[in-house]
Design a protein around this ligand. Sequence first.
Ligand SMILES: Nc1ncnc2c1ncn2[C@@H]1O[C@H](COP(=O)(O)OP(=O)(O)O)[C@@H](O)[C@H]1O
Ligand SMILES: [Mg+2]
Length: 336
Amino acid sequence: MADSPVSINPPGGSDQGFEGPSPQEQKQMEQAFAQMKRKMSMEEIGRKIKHKIMVLSGKGGVGKSTVSTGLALSLAQQGHTVGILDIDITGPNVPKMMGLDGRRLHVENKRIHPAQGHLGVKVISMAFLLEDEDTPVVWRGPIKLGAIQQFIGDVEWGELDYLVIDFPPGTSDEPLTVAQSLPDIDGMVIVTTPQQVALLDSRKSITFSESLKVPVLGVVENMSGFTVNGNTAPGTQVSIAGPGGKTLSATADEKGDFSVTLDIFKEGGGKDTAEEFGVPFLGALPFDPGFVRGGDDGVHRIVSEPEGPSALAFAKVVAAIQDQLSDGADSGLEII
Ligand SMILES: Nc1ncnc2c1ncn2[C@@H]1O[C@H](COP(=O)(O)OP(=O)(O)O)[C@@H](O)[C@H]1O
Ligand SMILES: [Mg+2]
């Protein structure tokens, strides 16, 4: 029907006086069509990606991008196909952490193609839009949100087991836009550090999640303790004087390796916050200077030490998230 030509005979038998759509109407029709196409494409993306996980924090600098990239790489280590969507326009640092510094957008057949980072993880970042990385994008609110929508709808992810979405810090409009655009988001992971101020902010983001209608998968405590590794004679009992007058002990393994974790900040803050809000505690990630080095040289900690303590801690957090996912929509906090 839609393809067959239709002729309209205006009253009076002549086509005089009959006008087609005005340029303004034409533009509106085109916009509506583009929007419809984008919506269909979002739905297709939604179907092709099995799990979508948002990573949020109330405060900047708590390690949200480190956690997003770490989760993605840990999932890839398990053999899953994984993508990361980095929405942070003002300070996008995911490409650097994934060894893709300086990459620009790759467009083919009008579709945006993700770059392949470490372990084959597909990466799309707002940083790929930047002219140069030292110039932050300053877009007014509605333009920024429109760009995000377009960005999500135009990316050719292919089939993915997991998509991890990294956001700017705080309770901004970006998570809302993504939550409204992408269908079937599984839930959000909230990253915090053990200090009171970060915990307070993470409480804010748990409350904020109510307006997103996305369940909270749980809280991850980052920079939770500092792991000291050493080597001595196999089987030796090692004692280390930790902070707060605590003594930490470990036994060297058959190769003589030992490791002890010192709690630099307060212990267990993330767990307390999770309990207070009745959401799962997904685990703690150690303070590891290797993350800082990885941010600088582009080799993520999980890639430089795939079986190190940080990689193992990430694997545990991933397992806790997968537990939540397999529990289905009833897990965690039910948001209405
Ligand atoms: N567990 C950790 N141990 C040591 N340094 C970390 C850890 N997590 C993050 N960092 C460092 O803290 C800084 C901020 O991390 P980033 O992931 O960019 O935070 P956010 O995305 O929340 O702003 C970076 O320099 C990063 O290398
Ligand atoms: Mg970040």
